[in-house]
Design a protein around this ligand. Sequence first.
Ligand code: SF4
Length: 311
Amino acid sequence: MEFMLLLQQIAETLRDKGIKKIGIEAPYGLKKKAVDVARYFRNKGFFTVVVIDGCYGACDTYDRELKDIVQHVIHLGHKEIKMEREMGYTFIDVDFDFDIKKLKEEMEKLNYKRLGVFSDVQHVKKLEEIKKIAKLLGFEVKIGKDGYVLGCDYSAVREIENEVDAFLFIGTGEFHPVGASIVSKKPVFAYDTERGKIKRVNSEKFVRKRYGAMARAGKKVGFIVSMKKGQYVDPEYYIELGKKRFEIEILASFELKEFELYPFDCDFFVFFGCPRVPIEEGERFKKPVLTPAEFELLIKGGDYKLFEIER
Ligand code: SF4
């Protein structure tokens, strides 16, 4: 549905419910759009508040914090993740357009017959069209689950890995395709929608770097649980696992910042919130910050594993 029409429909529904005050959440790249949305609703007579703080996924909502200020929240840029919330939410996912003809040309270079296609949230609406094109090119195509992966959830890949010869990721960035190649062990190709190129994904460098962080782990560890309610993971299992070998301090954080870790006499940290924080932002911390799955590897050994959060 056209964006303005959608806003109009939401405004009418909210007004019918007697809602007058709304909050608007959005990831950094969509904050300006959030301000436009706020202006639209203000012009319709609503009181609006735009959240400044980070909003990295549909797990990252501010209903607890906003409940005394507004009656409903509009969340831009992510697909809904089911969880209990303090008030009503409307999720508006924003899909990104790209040149599908270029993708077709690139796909012709792939030498695998059975293809599993997946994307990030922003490109998932294109998957059915891509499936049709791939079939015309002679591929057998499978799409797992809802078609998209999150940094903490690769079930769309895992679900079909035994039915395909290779995967094709549609989206931007390396995190999701690298994650898929660790999870599935099948060849993964990534079509970068901004560059218009397909590239085979190699997760070796990524894994080597993570083993490097794990090698710097000492005896004293800070377990940091997330105070974001959609990212809370109970550390109990990991405490039991590590208590004989490590001195464990349990800490809690909302938005993890390097300087806030200084007072704690720990050799390394394990972060129990979004797994993208230790992995993508690990370099901004002086001491190693591991995922719980990496901590488990320190003790049990085995192949490298991603940390996924059950949703
Ligand atoms: S925990 Fe998962 S859904 Fe939430 S921001 Fe991180 S990767 Fe995205």
